[in-house]
Design a binder for this molecule. Structure first.
Ligand SMILES: Cc1ncc(COP(=O)(O)O)c(C=O)c1O
Length: 383
Protein backbone atom coordinates (compact mmCIF):
# COMPACT_ATOMS: atom_id res chain seq x y z
CA UNK A 1 0.00 0.00 0.00
CA UNK A 2 1.31 3.46 -0.83
CA UNK A 3 0.15 6.62 0.89
CA UNK A 4 1.78 8.92 -1.68
CA UNK A 5 -1.30 9.82 -3.78
CA UNK A 6 -3.45 10.32 -0.68
CA UNK A 7 -0.82 12.56 0.89
CA UNK A 8 -0.61 14.55 -2.35
CA UNK A 9 -4.39 14.99 -2.28
CA UNK A 10 -4.21 16.31 1.28
CA UNK A 11 -1.54 18.76 0.17
CA UNK A 12 -3.69 20.00 -2.74
CA UNK A 13 -6.60 20.54 -0.33
CA UNK A 14 -4.41 22.55 2.04
CA UNK A 15 -4.91 19.78 4.63
CA UNK A 16 -1.44 18.25 4.83
CA UNK A 17 0.03 18.48 8.32
CA UNK A 18 3.73 18.45 9.09
CA UNK A 19 5.62 18.51 12.37
CA UNK A 20 7.56 21.59 13.43
CA UNK A 21 10.50 20.73 15.66
CA UNK A 22 11.25 23.04 18.59
CA UNK A 23 14.82 23.35 19.79
CA UNK A 24 14.68 24.22 23.46
CA UNK A 25 11.85 25.00 25.85
CA UNK A 26 8.48 26.25 24.68
CA UNK A 27 7.99 29.73 26.11
CA UNK A 28 6.84 33.06 24.69
CA UNK A 29 9.55 32.45 22.09
CA UNK A 30 10.52 29.21 20.39
CA UNK A 31 13.39 28.22 18.15
CA UNK A 32 12.38 26.33 15.03
CA UNK A 33 14.55 25.71 11.96
CA UNK A 34 17.20 27.97 13.45
CA UNK A 35 14.79 30.90 13.77
CA UNK A 36 13.42 32.44 16.93
CA UNK A 37 9.69 33.05 16.64
CA UNK A 38 7.04 34.52 18.91
CA UNK A 39 5.01 31.52 20.01
CA UNK A 40 1.21 31.70 19.81
CA UNK A 41 0.77 27.94 19.54
CA UNK A 42 1.10 26.57 23.04
CA UNK A 43 -1.47 25.62 25.69
CA UNK A 44 0.94 26.61 28.44
CA UNK A 45 -1.56 29.31 29.42
CA UNK A 46 -0.08 30.21 32.81
CA UNK A 47 3.51 29.71 31.65
CA UNK A 48 3.98 27.04 34.34
CA UNK A 49 5.76 24.52 32.05
CA UNK A 50 8.88 26.65 32.41
CA UNK A 51 8.33 27.85 36.00
CA UNK A 52 11.44 27.12 38.11
CA UNK A 53 9.45 25.57 40.98
CA UNK A 54 7.55 23.28 38.61
CA UNK A 55 10.74 22.13 36.88
CA UNK A 56 12.41 21.59 40.25
CA UNK A 57 9.41 19.50 41.41
CA UNK A 58 9.78 17.28 38.31
CA UNK A 59 13.47 16.74 39.10
CA UNK A 60 12.75 15.93 42.72
CA UNK A 61 9.99 13.49 41.76
CA UNK A 62 12.34 11.64 39.41
CA UNK A 63 14.99 11.43 42.13
CA UNK A 64 12.52 10.10 44.66
CA UNK A 65 10.27 7.91 42.50
CA UNK A 66 12.35 7.09 39.40
CA UNK A 67 11.87 7.87 35.73
CA UNK A 68 8.77 5.73 35.27
CA UNK A 69 5.91 4.36 37.34
CA UNK A 70 6.96 0.87 36.08
CA UNK A 71 3.51 -0.67 36.09
CA UNK A 72 -0.17 -0.14 35.46
CA UNK A 73 -2.20 1.29 38.32
CA UNK A 74 -3.61 -2.09 39.39
CA UNK A 75 -0.33 -3.94 38.98
CA UNK A 76 2.31 -2.25 41.07
CA UNK A 77 2.16 1.18 39.39
CA UNK A 78 0.20 3.16 41.98
CA UNK A 79 2.64 5.40 43.85
CA UNK A 80 1.90 7.43 46.97
CA UNK A 81 2.68 10.35 44.67
CA UNK A 82 -0.39 9.48 42.53
CA UNK A 83 -2.49 9.21 45.65
CA UNK A 84 -1.34 12.66 46.79
CA UNK A 85 -2.03 14.18 43.38
CA UNK A 86 -5.51 12.63 43.28
CA UNK A 87 -6.33 13.94 46.70
CA UNK A 88 -5.08 17.45 45.86
CA UNK A 89 -7.05 17.50 42.59
CA UNK A 90 -10.24 16.25 44.28
CA UNK A 91 -9.92 18.99 46.89
CA UNK A 92 -9.20 21.67 44.25
CA UNK A 93 -12.17 20.56 42.16
CA UNK A 94 -14.36 20.24 45.29
CA UNK A 95 -15.26 16.62 44.54
CA UNK A 96 -15.01 13.62 46.86
CA UNK A 97 -12.56 11.64 44.70
CA UNK A 98 -10.35 11.70 41.64
CA UNK A 99 -8.48 9.36 39.30
CA UNK A 100 -5.48 10.44 37.26
CA UNK A 101 -4.55 9.06 33.85
CA UNK A 102 -1.40 9.23 31.68
CA UNK A 103 -3.13 11.90 29.55
CA UNK A 104 -6.43 13.71 29.08
CA UNK A 105 -6.95 11.56 26.00
CA UNK A 106 -6.67 8.42 28.15
CA UNK A 107 -9.20 9.90 30.60
CA UNK A 108 -11.90 10.59 28.01
CA UNK A 109 -11.40 7.46 25.95
CA UNK A 110 -11.29 5.28 29.07
CA UNK A 111 -14.01 6.75 31.26
CA UNK A 112 -16.78 7.30 28.70
CA UNK A 113 -16.94 3.64 27.59
CA UNK A 114 -16.80 2.62 31.26
CA UNK A 115 -19.83 4.68 32.29
CA UNK A 116 -21.94 4.51 29.12
CA UNK A 117 -22.88 0.93 28.41
CA UNK A 118 -24.97 -0.99 25.88
CA UNK A 119 -28.53 0.36 25.98
CA UNK A 120 -27.37 3.79 27.19
CA UNK A 121 -27.22 7.08 25.25
CA UNK A 122 -24.38 9.56 24.88
CA UNK A 123 -25.39 13.02 23.68
CA UNK A 124 -22.44 15.18 22.63
CA UNK A 125 -22.07 18.86 21.82
CA UNK A 126 -21.43 18.98 18.07
CA UNK A 127 -18.05 20.71 18.58
CA UNK A 128 -16.81 18.43 21.37
CA UNK A 129 -13.12 17.50 21.31
CA UNK A 130 -11.97 14.42 19.37
CA UNK A 131 -11.18 12.56 22.61
CA UNK A 132 -14.79 12.93 23.77
CA UNK A 133 -16.04 11.79 20.38
CA UNK A 134 -13.71 8.80 20.36
CA UNK A 135 -14.62 7.92 23.95
CA UNK A 136 -18.27 7.97 22.92
CA UNK A 137 -17.53 5.86 19.84
CA UNK A 138 -15.63 3.30 21.92
CA UNK A 139 -18.62 2.89 24.21
CA UNK A 140 -21.43 0.53 23.35
CA UNK A 141 -23.98 3.30 23.94
CA UNK A 142 -25.91 5.00 21.14
CA UNK A 143 -24.25 8.25 20.10
CA UNK A 144 -26.22 11.43 19.33
CA UNK A 145 -25.23 15.09 18.97
CA UNK A 146 -26.85 18.40 19.85
CA UNK A 147 -26.16 21.79 18.24
CA UNK A 148 -23.22 23.63 19.71
CA UNK A 149 -24.04 25.29 23.05
CA UNK A 150 -27.76 24.94 22.38
CA UNK A 151 -29.77 23.77 25.43
CA UNK A 152 -33.02 23.82 23.39
CA UNK A 153 -31.59 21.41 20.87
CA UNK A 154 -30.30 19.21 23.70
CA UNK A 155 -33.83 19.19 25.12
CA UNK A 156 -35.21 18.16 21.71
CA UNK A 157 -32.72 15.27 21.46
CA UNK A 158 -33.32 14.06 25.04
CA UNK A 159 -37.11 14.26 24.69
CA UNK A 160 -37.02 11.74 21.85
CA UNK A 161 -35.05 9.09 23.72
CA UNK A 162 -36.78 6.00 25.07
CA UNK A 163 -37.29 5.79 28.83
CA UNK A 164 -34.81 2.92 29.25
CA UNK A 165 -31.03 3.35 29.55
CA UNK A 166 -28.80 5.98 31.15
CA UNK A 167 -28.38 9.29 29.32
CA UNK A 168 -25.03 11.03 29.37
CA UNK A 169 -24.58 14.60 28.13
CA UNK A 170 -20.98 15.44 27.18
CA UNK A 171 -19.60 18.93 26.72
CA UNK A 172 -16.55 21.10 27.30
CA UNK A 173 -16.83 24.04 29.69
CA UNK A 174 -14.54 26.18 27.50
CA UNK A 175 -14.18 24.92 23.94
CA UNK A 176 -10.71 24.11 22.68
CA UNK A 177 -10.91 25.68 19.23
CA UNK A 178 -13.30 28.61 19.80
CA UNK A 179 -12.63 29.56 23.40
CA UNK A 180 -16.37 30.02 23.96
CA UNK A 181 -18.13 28.76 27.10
CA UNK A 182 -20.93 26.20 27.40
CA UNK A 183 -24.21 27.43 28.94
CA UNK A 184 -23.69 25.05 31.83
CA UNK A 185 -26.50 26.21 34.13
CA UNK A 186 -29.01 25.76 31.31
CA UNK A 187 -27.53 22.39 30.33
CA UNK A 188 -27.79 21.23 33.94
CA UNK A 189 -31.46 22.29 33.97
CA UNK A 190 -32.23 20.37 30.77
CA UNK A 191 -30.30 17.32 31.97
CA UNK A 192 -32.18 17.33 35.29
CA UNK A 193 -35.56 17.57 33.55
CA UNK A 194 -34.72 14.52 31.44
CA UNK A 195 -32.91 12.39 33.98
CA UNK A 196 -29.57 12.81 32.16
CA UNK A 197 -26.10 12.96 33.74
CA UNK A 198 -23.48 15.51 32.79
CA UNK A 199 -19.84 14.93 31.86
CA UNK A 200 -17.85 18.17 31.54
CA UNK A 201 -14.36 18.42 30.04
CA UNK A 202 -12.51 21.35 31.64
CA UNK A 203 -9.23 20.88 29.74
CA UNK A 204 -9.09 24.55 28.77
CA UNK A 205 -10.73 26.05 31.86
CA UNK A 206 -8.71 24.35 34.59
CA UNK A 207 -6.16 26.75 36.06
CA UNK A 208 -7.48 29.65 33.96
CA UNK A 209 -10.98 30.38 35.27
CA UNK A 210 -12.85 30.26 38.55
CA UNK A 211 -11.67 30.95 42.10
CA UNK A 212 -8.12 29.59 42.57
CA UNK A 213 -8.29 28.44 38.95
CA UNK A 214 -10.72 25.64 39.86
CA UNK A 215 -12.46 25.95 36.47
CA UNK A 216 -15.87 27.06 35.24
CA UNK A 217 -17.86 24.29 36.95
CA UNK A 218 -16.66 25.51 40.36
CA UNK A 219 -16.86 29.13 39.22
CA UNK A 220 -20.58 28.64 38.63
CA UNK A 221 -21.02 26.60 41.83
CA UNK A 222 -22.14 23.56 39.84
CA UNK A 223 -19.79 20.96 41.29
CA UNK A 224 -22.66 19.11 42.97
CA UNK A 225 -24.62 18.99 39.68
CA UNK A 226 -21.97 17.57 37.38
CA UNK A 227 -21.47 13.82 37.59
CA UNK A 228 -18.07 13.72 35.91
CA UNK A 229 -15.61 16.60 35.97
CA UNK A 230 -12.70 15.88 33.65
CA UNK A 231 -9.58 17.89 32.87
CA UNK A 232 -5.94 17.77 31.91
CA UNK A 233 -2.65 18.47 33.64
CA UNK A 234 -1.12 19.29 30.26
CA UNK A 235 -2.39 22.77 29.47
CA UNK A 236 -2.52 25.53 32.10
CA UNK A 237 -0.70 23.24 34.54
CA UNK A 238 2.15 22.78 32.05
CA UNK A 239 2.72 19.09 32.83
CA UNK A 240 1.12 15.96 31.37
CA UNK A 241 -1.75 13.74 32.42
CA UNK A 242 -5.52 13.72 32.72
CA UNK A 243 -7.92 13.47 35.63
CA UNK A 244 -11.53 12.68 36.32
CA UNK A 245 -13.12 13.95 39.54
CA UNK A 246 -16.46 12.85 40.92
CA UNK A 247 -18.03 10.59 43.52
CA UNK A 248 -16.16 7.85 45.40
CA UNK A 249 -18.26 5.30 43.53
CA UNK A 250 -17.40 6.80 40.15
CA UNK A 251 -13.69 6.55 40.93
CA UNK A 252 -14.02 2.98 42.23
CA UNK A 253 -15.88 2.14 39.01
CA UNK A 254 -13.04 3.68 36.97
CA UNK A 255 -10.50 1.54 38.86
CA UNK A 256 -12.48 -1.50 37.80
CA UNK A 257 -13.76 -0.66 34.34
CA UNK A 258 -11.81 2.11 32.58
CA UNK A 259 -9.55 0.21 30.20
CA UNK A 260 -7.06 3.07 29.71
CA UNK A 261 -6.66 3.26 33.50
CA UNK A 262 -6.25 -0.47 33.91
CA UNK A 263 -4.19 -1.43 30.85
CA UNK A 264 -1.72 1.45 30.55
CA UNK A 265 1.36 2.29 32.61
CA UNK A 266 0.59 4.83 35.32
CA UNK A 267 1.35 8.54 34.98
CA UNK A 268 5.11 9.10 35.23
CA UNK A 269 6.57 10.62 38.41
CA UNK A 270 7.98 13.73 36.72
CA UNK A 271 4.53 14.64 35.36
CA UNK A 272 2.80 13.90 38.67
CA UNK A 273 5.39 15.89 40.66
CA UNK A 274 5.30 18.88 38.34
CA UNK A 275 1.49 18.84 38.23
CA UNK A 276 1.39 18.94 42.04
CA UNK A 277 3.68 21.98 42.09
CA UNK A 278 1.69 23.64 39.31
CA UNK A 279 -1.64 23.17 41.13
CA UNK A 280 -0.10 24.68 44.24
CA UNK A 281 0.97 27.76 42.26
CA UNK A 282 -2.30 28.02 40.34
CA UNK A 283 -4.22 27.97 43.63
CA UNK A 284 -2.09 30.31 45.65
CA UNK A 285 -0.91 32.88 43.13
CA UNK A 286 -3.51 34.73 41.08
CA UNK A 287 -0.97 36.79 39.18
CA UNK A 288 -0.44 34.30 36.31
CA UNK A 289 -4.18 34.06 35.73
CA UNK A 290 -4.68 37.82 35.86
CA UNK A 291 -1.81 38.33 33.48
CA UNK A 292 -2.93 35.83 30.83
CA UNK A 293 -6.52 37.10 30.98
CA UNK A 294 -5.41 40.71 30.59
CA UNK A 295 -3.15 39.84 27.63
CA UNK A 296 -5.92 37.77 26.05
CA UNK A 297 -8.34 40.68 26.37
CA UNK A 298 -5.76 42.95 24.73
CA UNK A 299 -5.50 40.60 21.72
CA UNK A 300 -9.26 40.11 21.44
CA UNK A 301 -9.94 43.82 21.66
CA UNK A 302 -7.23 44.52 19.09
CA UNK A 303 -8.80 41.99 16.72
CA UNK A 304 -12.28 43.39 17.39
CA UNK A 305 -13.51 39.98 18.61
CA UNK A 306 -16.70 39.90 20.64
CA UNK A 307 -17.81 37.20 23.07
CA UNK A 308 -20.52 34.84 21.77
CA UNK A 309 -24.10 35.54 22.80
CA UNK A 310 -23.69 32.96 25.58
CA UNK A 311 -24.54 33.67 29.23
CA UNK A 312 -20.97 33.85 30.60
CA UNK A 313 -18.90 36.41 28.67
CA UNK A 314 -16.37 36.42 31.54
CA UNK A 315 -15.41 32.85 30.61
CA UNK A 316 -15.08 33.70 26.91
CA UNK A 317 -12.20 36.15 27.19
CA UNK A 318 -9.57 33.52 27.85
CA UNK A 319 -6.30 32.61 26.15
CA UNK A 320 -7.82 30.80 23.15
CA UNK A 321 -8.27 33.48 20.52
CA UNK A 322 -9.56 32.11 17.20
CA UNK A 323 -9.16 34.05 13.98
CA UNK A 324 -11.47 32.23 11.56
CA UNK A 325 -10.57 32.65 7.87
CA UNK A 326 -12.76 29.87 6.45
CA UNK A 327 -10.83 28.23 3.66
CA UNK A 328 -8.05 25.81 4.72
CA UNK A 329 -5.66 27.01 1.99
CA UNK A 330 -6.09 30.65 3.07
CA UNK A 331 -5.46 29.73 6.70
CA UNK A 332 -2.23 27.96 5.73
CA UNK A 333 -1.11 30.97 3.66
CA UNK A 334 -1.81 33.41 6.48
CA UNK A 335 0.02 31.18 8.94
CA UNK A 336 2.99 31.05 6.53
CA UNK A 337 3.00 34.84 6.17
CA UNK A 338 3.02 35.23 9.94
CA UNK A 339 5.85 32.71 10.09
CA UNK A 340 7.82 34.81 7.62
CA UNK A 341 7.27 37.80 9.93
CA UNK A 342 8.51 35.85 12.97
CA UNK A 343 5.27 34.49 14.52
CA UNK A 344 4.42 30.85 15.13
CA UNK A 345 0.63 30.52 14.83
CA UNK A 346 -0.33 27.26 13.12
CA UNK A 347 -3.41 26.96 10.93
CA UNK A 348 -6.11 24.73 12.41
CA UNK A 349 -7.99 22.94 9.66
CA UNK A 350 -10.62 20.22 9.19
CA UNK A 351 -11.08 17.66 10.62
CA UNK A 352 -9.94 19.43 13.82
CA UNK A 353 -12.55 22.14 13.09
CA UNK A 354 -15.64 21.91 10.86
CA UNK A 355 -15.18 22.41 7.09
CA UNK A 356 -15.22 26.09 6.10
CA UNK A 357 -14.02 27.28 9.53
CA UNK A 358 -10.25 26.88 9.17
CA UNK A 359 -8.52 29.36 11.42
CA UNK A 360 -5.48 30.56 13.20
CA UNK A 361 -5.86 29.67 16.84
CA UNK A 362 -3.79 32.19 18.76
CA UNK A 363 -2.93 30.94 22.19
CA UNK A 364 -1.89 33.59 24.71
CA UNK A 365 0.22 32.75 27.74
CA UNK A 366 1.33 34.57 30.88
CA UNK A 367 4.85 34.45 29.41
CA UNK A 368 3.90 36.94 26.69
CA UNK A 369 4.41 40.67 27.07
CA UNK A 370 2.11 43.50 26.02
CA UNK A 371 4.65 44.28 23.28
CA UNK A 372 4.35 40.68 21.98
CA UNK A 373 0.58 41.08 21.63
CA UNK A 374 0.89 44.50 20.03
CA UNK A 375 3.52 43.15 17.62
CA UNK A 376 1.15 40.39 16.51
CA UNK A 377 -1.71 42.87 16.06
CA UNK A 378 0.45 45.23 14.06
CA UNK A 379 1.65 42.44 11.78
CA UNK A 380 -1.89 41.14 11.27
CA UNK A 381 -3.03 44.66 10.30
CA UNK A 382 -0.16 44.89 7.83
CA UNK A 383 -0.99 41.49 6.30
C1 LIG B 1 -11.01 19.55 25.25
C2 LIG B 1 -9.88 18.60 25.34
N1 LIG B 1 -10.06 17.45 26.01
C3 LIG B 1 -9.07 16.55 26.13
C4 LIG B 1 -7.83 16.77 25.56
C5 LIG B 1 -6.76 15.73 25.69
O1 LIG B 1 -5.87 16.11 26.68
P1 LIG B 1 -4.34 15.67 26.68
O2 LIG B 1 -3.62 16.59 25.75
O3 LIG B 1 -3.94 15.80 28.10
O4 LIG B 1 -4.29 14.26 26.20
C6 LIG B 1 -7.60 17.95 24.87
C7 LIG B 1 -6.26 18.19 24.26
O5 LIG B 1 -6.07 18.84 23.30
C8 LIG B 1 -8.65 18.89 24.75
O6 LIG B 1 -8.47 20.03 24.07
Amino acid sequence: MTFGPSLEKLREQGLLRVLRVLHGRSGARVTIDGRTLLNFASNNYLGLAGHPAVREAARRAVDEWGAGATGSRLLGGTLALHERLESVLADWKRRPACAVFPSGWHANTGVIPAIAEAGDFVVLDRLAHASLVDGARLSKAKLLVFSHNDPEDLERVLRRLPASGKRWVLTESVFSMDGDAAPLVELVGVAERHGARLYVDEAHATGVFGPEGRGVVCGLGLEGKIDVSMGTLSKALGALGGYVAGSEDLVRWIHNKARSFIYSTALDPAAAGSALAAVEIARSDDSFRRRVLSLSARLRDGLGLKASAGPYPEYERGPIVPWVVGDAGRAVKLSQKLWDEGFYAPAVRPPTVPAGTARLRFSVTADHSEADIDGLLETLRKL
